[in-house]
Design a protein around this ligand. Structure first.
Ligand SMILES: Nc1ncnc2c1ncn2[C@@H]1O[C@H](COP(=O)(O)OP(=O)(O)OP(=O)(O)O)[C@@H](O)[C@H]1O
Ligand SMILES: [Mg+2]
Length: 112
């Protein structure tokens, strides 16, 4: 299993969610995050406001998927979240050891 963490623009969240569910992904976690990339020290537009970058608000989407689904998940996020402008975000992928559905005790891919 893999953990995909995608940090994207807020206005892209709904599109990314819909595209992922269309691909059969039926679980995700979303959180509000703040951070910066390589434009540190410059400015970035967020919801019409120009921020002097220290920490710019973004949304983080976490999806745990099978190894087989990894490229689908990454491609879907990439195609949906990209505007081509600086600040589109990042996707990070890590290996995930286990997953457990608390209600049933199922483990691994059964628990996704
Ligand atoms: N190396 C990193 N480690 C952790 N979080 C990061 C890293 N780079 C970017 N982020 C997170 O991703 C968000 C979006 O980054 P951003 O899209 O600005 O990346 P970038 O590398 O500056 O690319 P771009 O040149 O397209 O802006 C940041 O606000 C931060 O939350
Ligand atoms: Mg940037």
């Amino acid at each position: 299993m893999k953990k995909v963490e995608a940090i994207v623009r807020h206005f892209k969240l709904e599109d990314v969610k819909n595209a992922l569910t269309d691909q059969g992904i039926h679980g995700m976690t979303v959180s509000e995050v703040r951070g910066f990339g390589r434009q540190k020290g410059h400015t970035e537009i967020y919801r019409g406001t120009e921020y002097a970058i220290d920490f710019v608000p973004k949304v983080k989407i976490e999806v745990i998927c099978t190894d087989d689904n990894l490229e689908t998940v990454v491609d879907t996020i990439l195609q949906t979240a990209q505007t081509g402008q600086i600040g589109d975000g990042k996707i990070f992928v890590t290996n995930l050891d286990d997953s457990i559905r608390i209600r049933t005790g199922e483990r691994g891919e059964e628990a996704l």
